[in-house]
Write a protein of this length. Structure first.
Length: 146
């Protein structure tokens, strides 16, 4: 009604009643600023493979918490913590559970990827992790996703 852009279409599924997908305008604005400043879109990168925890996963695997991001490899032969990444430099390990970033709880409704997008490349973040039953506080500098 006010003539304001709220999103930018990115895809339309033909034959499915023309369902469309869009990027919210605030994401697009952030990307545009990145392009103006650096000539490309830069994304902060921690360097881990993980699954988000919920009640079901926690119960099935007898985990002590039902929220957070469990660092775990998807397949044999790949790394859960990428060598040389921010996570590696911060001493994160496979089976650590990232509970919070800068005091913000990691949940299914507030996933790790969305929390990380709030920070700029090069920013140092605080991580609260659970390792073998003990909570630890670590710091990590976010690098650019390649």
């Amino acid at each position: 009604m006010e003539g304001k852009v709220i999103g930018i279409n990115t895809a339309v599924v033909m034959g499915a009643q023309n369902i469309g997908f869009a990027i919210p305008i605030n994401y697009a604005k952030k990307d545009l600023e990145e392009i103006k400043k650096f000539g490309k879109v830069r994304r902060p990168f921690l360097g881990i493979r993980y699954i988000l925890l919920n009640n079901e996963i926690a119960q099935q695997n007898k985990l002590p918490v039902n929220y957070g991001a469990l660092i775990i490899r998807e397949r044999l032969g790949e790394e859960a913590v990428i060598k040389g990444s921010s996570a590696d430099k911060a001493s994160l390990q496979e089976y650590d559970i990232i509970l919070e970033i800068n005091g913000e709880k990691v949940t299914e409704k507030n996933p790790l990827a969305e929390i990380l997008q709030k920070f700029e490349v090069g920013k140092e973040i605080s991580l609260k992790i659970l390792r073998k039953g003990q909570e630890l506080n670590l710091k990590a500098g976010l690098e650019e996703k390649k």
